[in-house]
Write a protein that binds this ligand. Structure first.
Ligand SMILES: [Zn+2]
Ligand SMILES: [Zn+2]
Length: 332
């Protein structure tokens, strides 16, 4: 995946408990727009050239922003506390007056927090999963300017990359397992056909970790019924009987049901990816291979499924190539 990123050190400098500074809003969803706006200490204004922008650009999009803080007051090591998976980063800070960014400073005055990052999602990282960056390994003063750009410490780049990828996969997997459970509750007889699903507007719901695409479990169920309770990679794959006496199969969105994908497909083709045509019936092994397999395994399962599904996706007006699909899984 290897994305441009920026490490941002929070809660250091001269801040204390009562006055942690403008970054107190970084992990708060803005009540007006539903987005996250991030302040970049010590005074915003990132060097977006370091992130791949050219000097004429006013911003750069799709930047991974990883927030860190000291592991302890007396330590120089940092731990990851959260991240924006894909932020827009402005060259110059924004005032924030128009977007509910007022807060009370420790002297009682009301301040408005500026920002220079904008993100649809924020993922907090609990301390048990936190990556610790041992600064001495790289440079004891690496956080002196409170920001570190990708490329400065190449060894760190791959560590950050792997770590974030694992976190994102973990989150997707958990979502998926909850969806499978819901899906198994529906018996074949009660599964209702949802008419015209590809043409419905995408619905988003807000969850703790950010915005999600609302999925209808009935759709996954009807995809499994349409596949006659067989694995679409290979109909010979055996599972076990579920509580309704049918072979256990899982539903998987071939174009993954992320906010980004749902928006892009809706914009480009006016279609909702939460539809039967985009859901494949898989045995648990093939399903896990897609999420957790190595590159070759993922590619093997995905190219197999794509060859079968491309005509069906085309029929409802979603025209993507195998290359496009593999790119969505980071294995092109
Ligand atoms: Zn899945
Ligand atoms: Zn299978």
């Amino acid at each position: 995946m290897r994305k441009k990123y920026m490490l941002v050190d929070l809660f250091s400098g001269s801040y204390n408990e009562e006055n942690i500074g403008y970054e107190l809003l970084n992990d708060q969803k803005n009540p007006i727009t539903g987005k996250y706006y991030g302040y970049l200490p010590p005074h915003d204004n990132p060097n977006i050239l370091e992130l791949g922008a050219s000097s004429a650009d006013g911003f750069i999009d799709d930047i991974l922003v990883v927030f860190v803080r000291k592991t302890a007051n007396t330590s120089i090591d940092r731990r990851v506390i959260g991240f924006y998976p894909s932020a827009l980063v402005y060259k110059e800070k924004k005032g924030g007056e128009e977007s509910a960014r007022k807060f009370r400073d420790k002297d009682g005055s009301i301040k408005t927090a500026s920002y220079s990052m904008e993100s649809e999602e924020y993922y907090p990282v609990s301390s048990e999963f936190a990556l610790v960056i041992e600064t001495k390994k790289y440079n004891s003063y690496m956080f002196r300017k409170q920001r570190v750009y990708a490329g400065k410490y190449p060894e760190l780049d791959s560590i950050i990359d792997d770590y974030i990828e694992r976190l994102i996969d973990g989150e997707k997997l958990e979502d998926d397992i909850i969806a499978q459970q819901e899906l198994q509750e529906i018996s074949g007889a009660s599964a209702q056909a949802v008419r015209n699903a590809p043409n419905r507007k995408v619905v988003f719901e807000n969850q703790i970790s950010g915005k999600k695409v609302l999925r209808n479990p009935q759709l996954a169920k009807s995809a499994i019924i349409a596949a006659d309770y067989q694995c679409e990679v290979d109909s010979e794959h055996q599972t076990f009987l579920n509580k309704h006496g049918k072979p256990y199969m899982e539903g998987h969105h071939l174009i993954p049901c992320t906010v980004k994908n749902a928006r892009e497909i809706e914009e480009q083709f006016r279609r909702n990816i939460d539809c039967k045509e985009n859901i494949v019936s898989l045995c648990p092994i093939c399903h896990r291979a897609i999420h957790l397999g190595n590159r070759d395994e993922k590619r093997r399962v995905l190219t197999n499924l794509f060859s079968k599904r491309q005509p069906i996706l085309n029929e409802i007006g979603i025209n993507i190539t195998e290359q496009d699909l593999l790119r969505l899984y980071g294995v092109e």
